[in-house]
Design a protein around this ligand. Structure first.
Ligand code: AMP
Length: 284
């Protein structure tokens, strides 16, 4: 089993010792409820770094008051088994109090260019919470390399921008989205889907694949691509579209014309009370 660390005081000396011995420190932050998408990040970390550290922390500040903080699955025993199988050395699993010693109205990191669009428009305060907790975790673990999934593409952009802007000495490595056989992106929230919702859920990926096929066949008009995304989502029973966008992969600006642009399509939809997101590069 990996060594389980619940306090900063336990974590720091162990990591400092490995670093002093010349180890490259790799880090995979998670909120637990781990699945094979998380495991893939951990396996890359294991392969590429001498010390592999994961964190499991359901971060309260990235949930809006209306969201599923209490309902978020907590499965520590099976999470530790997944970390063990992936070869993780250390698992940092702090309490909220350890991470927010002065309460949740803490010092915050803001990424205004990205925090009120797309996911940020639907989830006010979400990226402020994400950037803040990731900066805290980076300060505690001090990784050389940190691994994030492309599944949460906007999060990846926010973290990369924070690292650039704050000149943090950590390299961000993006990991491709792990999927079920029918294309559904693995997510801790998939377990909330009932059988009917589960059968409709691959519509997100299907909409993206159709949009990509159209672009690869020469379509350049952004609105037409958005229409293809929406048509697929809206023709699937039980899927309520929140957004279906085509944006520049670095600025996240909506694209009118994909000509010469590195374009990514991003979709979010509700199935019953469960929110799912997905994305796919249309052109790189
Ligand atoms: P989470 O605990 O779900 O917030 O995710 C922790 C990390 O795992 C984030 O960097 C996510 O982007 C990544 N992740 C979640 N789901 C997937 C997936 N299906 N494929 C690849 N990475 C993922």
């Amino acid at each position: 089993m990996p060594t389980l660390l619940q306090t900063i005081a336990q974590a720091r000396p162990l990591i400092a010792k490995a670093r002093a011995g010349g180890a490259t420190v790799g880090f995979v932050p998670t909120m637990g409820a781990l699945h094979s998408g998380h495991a893939a990040l951990m396996q890359s970390c294991r392969r590429e770094c001498e010390l592999a550290v994961a964190s499991i922390f359901v971060n309260p500040t990235q949930f809006a008051p209306t969201e599923d903080l209490e309902r978020y699955p907590r499965t520590l025993e099976s999470d530790l088994e997944i970390c063990r199988q992936a070869g993780v050395d250390l698992v940092f699993h702090p309490t909220p109090r350890e991470m927010y010693p002065n309460g949740l109205a803490s010092t915050f990191v803001e990424t205004p260019a990205f925090s009120s669009i797309l996911e940020g428009a639907v989830r006010p305060g979400h990226f402020r919470g994400v950037a803040t907790v990731v900066l805290k975790l980076f300060a505690i673990i001090q990784p050389d390399v940190a691994y994030f999934g492309q599944k949460d593409f906007q999060q990846l952009v926010v973290i990369q921008r924070m690292v650039d802007d704050l000149r943090l000495p950590v390299e961000i490595r993006a990991h491709p989205t792990a999927r079920e056989a029918d294309g559904l992106a693995l997510s801790s929230r998939n377990r909330y889907l009932n059988a009917h919702e589960r059968s409709s859920a691959p519509a997100l990926y299907q909409s993206l694949v159709r949009a990509r096929a159209a672009v690869q066949a020469g379509l350049k008009n952004g609105d037409r691509v958005r229409q293809i995304l929406r048509e697929t989502l809206e023709s699937t029973a039980g899927v309520v579209t929140e957004y279906a966008e085509v944006v520049d992969d670095r600025t996240l600006e909506p694209l009118d014309n994909l000509e010469g642009r590195s374009a990514i399509a991003l979709v979010a939809a509700r199935l019953g009370s469960t929110r799912l997101i997905d994305n796919l590069y249309l052109r790189e």
